[in-house]
Design a protein around this ligand. Structure first.
Ligand code: FAQ
Length: 330
C-alpha cells in the first residue's frame, strides 16, 4: 500500500510528538529513513568498537601477573563481547543483519572507535584502559540510556552497569601499582601519558567540526554534544588522577572558577583524522585479526545454522542421533 502525502505528514507529526515527549521510538513505529540510517551508523560503530576493543586488552590475558588478575581480565574482555552482541541485536531491529555489519567493518566501510588503534605496551595499560577508556565510555554512554530509540537505550542501561564495574577494576589495578615500587609507579605514569589524549578523542571532533551532532541532538539520539561530554570527562578524571597520584599530561589543565569547570588543551586533531582514516598505529593489525577470527569461525556459523535448521524440522523427520533408533521404545 502506498503512503500518501497526508499519511506521511501524520506519521512525521506522530514521530515528532514521541520525540517531544522524550518517549521512545520502537522498531514497529514509523521513522524517517535518515533517522534509521543514523542509528544504524552509530549503533554499528558502537558494536564494532566493543568487538575490536577486545583486542588491546586481550593481548595481556596470557601474560597477566597473577591468577586473580587473569580472571578479572578474562571476565572483562568477555563482557565487551557481550556488549557487542547486545548492540548488534539492537541494530538488527532496524532491518540490517549482523553479517552485513561485520562485512562492512572488515571492508572498512564502517568505523570503530579510534582509541582501539593504539597498542597496549605494558600491563599498566590494562588498568589505564579500565580507568580512562571505560571512564570515557561511561561519560558518553550514561546519557545514551535516554536515547530516543528504545532497543539502543535499553542495551545501554545494562552496558553502563558493566562498564562502571570495569572502570573501578581499572582504577583498583592502577592504585595497587601506585602503592608498589618506583618502577610500577613509572609504568602507570607512562601509560597515562600515552592514553590521555586518545581518550579525549573518543568523544569525537569538536562540536563546530561535528557534522552529525546537531541533527542527532534534534532526534534525541545524542543527548549531549561531543564537547559537553569531553568536559564532563575531564572534570571527572582530575580528582581521580589526584587520588591515584598521577599527572595528566596537559600543561593547560587548570580549574576555572568562573566557569566551574577545568580548562584543558586540545588533542592533536590531525592525529585523530589519521587514525579514523585507517592510518593509526594498529588499524591494519586490528582489522586483519578480526578478519582472521571471522574466517576461522565460518565452520561454527555453518554448524549453528545446520543445527537450527534441524531443530526447526518436525521431530519425526530428524535423523536419529548415533546409537539410538528413533521410534523404538527405550
Ligand atoms: N573514532 O559528527 P560526529 C567502548 C566519526 S566505547 C572513530 O561527531 P557522531 C567500550 C563519526 O562516526 C567506544 N570515529 O559523529 C569499551 C562520524 O563518522 P561518519 C565506542 C569517530 O556519531 C571500553 C565522524 O567521525 N562508543 O567501545 C570518532 O555524532 C573498553 C564525525 O563525527 C561509542 O561508539 C572516534 N572516536 O558522534 C570497549 C558511543 N568520533 O559521519 C572495550 C556511541 C567520531 O563519517 C574496552 N557513539 N567519529 O560516519 C557516539 O556517541 C557518537 O557516535 C560519537 C561521535 C560521540 C562517538
Amino acid at each position: 500500500m502506498s503512503v500518501t502525502a497526508t499519511d506521511e505528514d501524520r506519521l512525521v507529526a506522530q514521530f515528532e510528538e514521541v520525540l517531544a515527549r522524550h518517549d521512545r521510538v520502537e522498531p514497529r513505529d514509523w521513522m524517517p529513513e535518515a533517522y534509521r540510517a543514523t542509528l544504524v551508523r552509530q549503533i554499528a560503530q558502537h558494536a564494532h568498537s566493543e568487538i575490536i576493543g577486545m583486542q588491546p586488552e586481550g593481548n595481556w590475558i596470557t601474560r597477566a601477573p597473577s591468577l586473580r588478575r587473569k580472571a578479572i581480565l578474562l571476565a572483562k574482555v568477555q563482557d565487551e563481547a557481550g556488549h557487542g552482541l547486545y548492540l548488534y541485536s539492537a541494530a538488527e531491529t532496524l532491518g540490517v543483519s549482523r553479517d552485513e555489519l561485520t562485512e562492512k567493518l572488515i571492508s572498512g566501510r564502517q568505523k570503530y572507535s579510534s582509541i582501539f588503534n593504539y597498542p597496549t605496551l605494558s600491563y599498566a595499560d590494562v588498568g589505564t584502559i579500565g580507568w580512562l577508556v571505560d571512564g570515557a565510555a561511561i561519560a558518553n554512554q550514561v546519557p545514551l540510556c535516554r536515547t530516543s530509540y528504545g532497543p539502543y537505550g535499553r542495551a545501554m542501561i545494562r552496558i553502563c552497569k558493566e562498564e562502571s564495574f570495569h572502570q573501578r577494576q581499572g582504577f583498583e589495578l592502577l592504585m595497587t601499582m601506585m602503592r608498589g615500587t618506583e618502577a610500577q609507579r613509572a609504568m602507570v605514569q607512562e601509560s597515562v601519558d600515552r592514553f590521555w589524549w586518545p581518550a579525549l578523542m573518543m568523544f569525537g571532533p569538536p562540536d563546530d567540526e561535528s557534522p552529525n551532532t546537531a541533527q542527532s541532538m534534534a532526534w534525541g539520539i545524542k543527548r549531549d554534544t561531543n564537547d559537553e561530554l569531553r568536559q564532563k570527562f575531564v572534570d571527572m578524571s582530575v580528582p581521580q588522577a589526584e587520588a591515584l597520584g598521577v599527572t595528566l599530561p596537559d600543561p593547560d589543565l587548570v580549574w576555572n572558577a568562573e566557569r566551574g569547570h577545568h580548562d584543558f588543551g586540545q588533542p592533536d586533531w590531525d592525529e585523530f583524522a589519521t587514525v579514523v582514516r585507517g592510518g593509526g598505529p594498529c588499524n591494519s593489525q586490528r582489522i586483519a585479526h578480526r578478519k582472521r577470527a571471522h574466517d576461522e569461525g565460518a565452520w561454527v556459523r555453518e554448524a549453528a545454522t545446520a543445527f537450527a535448521a534441524r531443530r526447526a524440522r518436525p521431530t519425526s523427520d530428524r535423523p536419529a542421533p548415533s546409537g539410538e533408533t528413533v521410534g523404538t521404545p527405550a
